[in-house]
Design a protein around this ligand. Structure first.
Ligand SMILES: Cc1cc2nc3c(=O)[nH]c(=O)nc-3n(C[C@H](O)[C@H](O)[C@H](O)COP(=O)(O)OP(=O)(O)OC[C@H]3O[C@@H](n4cnc5c(N)ncnc54)[C@H](O)[C@@H]3O)c2cc1C
Length: 424
């Protein structure tokens, strides 16, 4: 990896080196912007098993020039998501809905650590700063166009723009909103049990559907299970959701002392799915050591993703429910658009605040719309759809559900952003 060279007259600090922070840094470097990434942990890593990348995420990764490495790291030969199927999780396992995919709808599942490794092939590691937990950002008294970042180790760094890519528990968000970190995070009343299952074992346990062929969603009251293949199809990423009741998001409180992520005995999961169909039970018996995630989201919607020369991307801005597999995809769209606007010929140290406002105007409506749609999708998966829990009703509720997520024209937003920058 050749060291990055900068041509612009300003610098950027990205706080947080998850998928979105790394992608943003890579995109900024390609635009000739000097960028440093500050990460609280000792190395770049991802927790969780697999991640599904839909066509909009794939397009961003292609634009970033990292796609070939991501694809190779996934072990997937076929990018066409052949199967995208919704099926009853109850005793009959009736097929409710087949999402018909366009030939250009490329997507894949990938182990999270493989995605990070692929991104790092395009990252100048001398720009990474580990053990750096950012606790404050404030404009310099001497020069307000310079932001001072303060870290828990007592050190400070300077940059003209600070990008908060620090995830759902974002410190940078609380600096923008002036509220506590928790004030903008709500529990969804849902737990997700996650893990990997070996395809061979699932077949032996009586799972008849072709799990290796693509995405499956087993639906039913207050629960659903999502599966997709990773590592060439021999391993299946499984996420089994259990909801506690129909309270609207934001009302239910996470039980006191309950951690967001913990390992759980398999028996708890099997008990929750007692009474479901034989294929579901067979599948879950193969999920030996599930980790249990309390699913939270940024809620209510933020009124702005920017303040002064500070901006949010990814989960820090709009962590959403996972039901359209769109969280990282939205964060990648943020990352590319923001980098393109900062790299635009008309962007300079004198107009950064106005450029960030253009970013906010373009990205906030789009990502918050996908947030709303993700919430509604989860309700349909768990038998609370508007048209009822039967084949006709589910078909009506799910028809075209992924089109707004996958077929958005980010390039049009980038062109609109360039136009607005030219008019500054
Ligand atoms: C169960 C589940 C399944 C999901 N499935 C999918 C899927 O299939 N497809 C999809 O697109 N999305 C999915 N998502 C959502 C996706 O995982 C997230 O949207 C995405 O990982 C967010 O990336 P990020 O970089 O914004 O944040 P994160 O990945 O949370 O990264 C934040 C980084 O910031 C660091 N950090 C935090 N605070 C500080 C600080 N103060 N200073 C410095 N560093 C800091 C952290 O250590 C971390 O490295 C899923 C989420 C869940 C919970």
């Amino acid at each position: 990896m050749t060291p990055w060279r900068a041509t612009k007259d300003f610098t950027v600090a990205v706080v947080g080196g998850g998928v979105c922070g790394l992608a943003c840094a890579i995109a900024l470097a390609k635009e000739g912007v000097h960028v440093d990434v500050y990460e609280t942990t000792t190395k770049f890593k991802e927790i969780g098993a697999g991640i599904g990348l839909g066509p909009n995420a794939v397009r961003v990764l292609r634009e970033l020039g990292v796609w070939e490495d991501v694809h190779a790291a996934s072990g997937e030969a076929d990018l066409n998501m052949r199967v995208f199927r919704y099926i009853s999780g109850l005793s009959d396992h009736e097929i409710f809905y087949d999402n018909i995919l366009a030939s250009e709808d490329h997507g894949l599942g990938i182990a999270r650590f493989s995605l990070i490794d692929a991104l790092l092939k395009h990252f100048d590691i001398s720009r990474a700063h580990f053990n750096k937990r950012c606790i404050n950002v404030s404009p310099s008294a001497a020069n307000p166009s310079v932001q001072i970042l303060t870290f828990t180790d007592g050190t400070t760094r300077e940059a003209n723009v600070v990008i908060g890519a620090d995830g759902i528990k974002s410190t940078i968000r609380s600096i923008i909103t002036g509220r506590s970190v928790d004030a903008d995070v709500a529990w969804s009343n849902t737990a997700a049990y996650r893990g990997l299952v070996q395809l061979r074992e699932a077949k032996a346990a009586g799972v008849k559907v072709d799990l290796a062929a693509g995405f499956w969603c087993f639906m039913g009251p207050e629960k659903h299970i999502v599966t997709f293949p990773i590592q060439g199809g021999n391993t299946i990423n499984v996420v089994a959701f259990v909801t506690n009741g129909p309270e609207p998001i934001g009302l239910a409180k996470l039980p006191h002392g309950e951690p967001w992520v913990k390992t759980t005995p398999q028996s708890e999961l099997l008990e929750a799915y007692d009474g479901w169909g034989h294929q579901v039970k067979g599948l879950l018996k193969c999920l030996h050591k599930p980790s249990k995630w309390s699913i939270c989201a940024v809620h209510p919607h933020l009124p702005s993703y920017v303040k002064g020369n500070v901006a949010l991307i990814g989960d820090a801005a709009h962590a959403m429910l996972t039901h359209l597999g769109g969280g990282a995809g939205q964060g990648l769209e943020d990352a590319l658009l923001l980098a393109r606007l900062l790299g635009a010929p008309g962007t300079n140290v004198g107009n950064l605040e106005r450029v960030l406002r253009i970013y906010d105007g373009l990205r906030r409506p789009r990502s918050q719309n996908i947030w709303d749609r993700s919430l509604r999708a989860g309700q349909v998966y768990e038998a609370l759809g508007e048209h009822g829990f039967n084949t006709d009703g589910v078909r009506k509720d799910l028809a075209g559900i992924f089109i707004p997520v996958w077929h958005h024209k980010l390039q049009d937003d980038i062109q609109e952003g360039y136009k607005q920058i030219r008019a500054l």
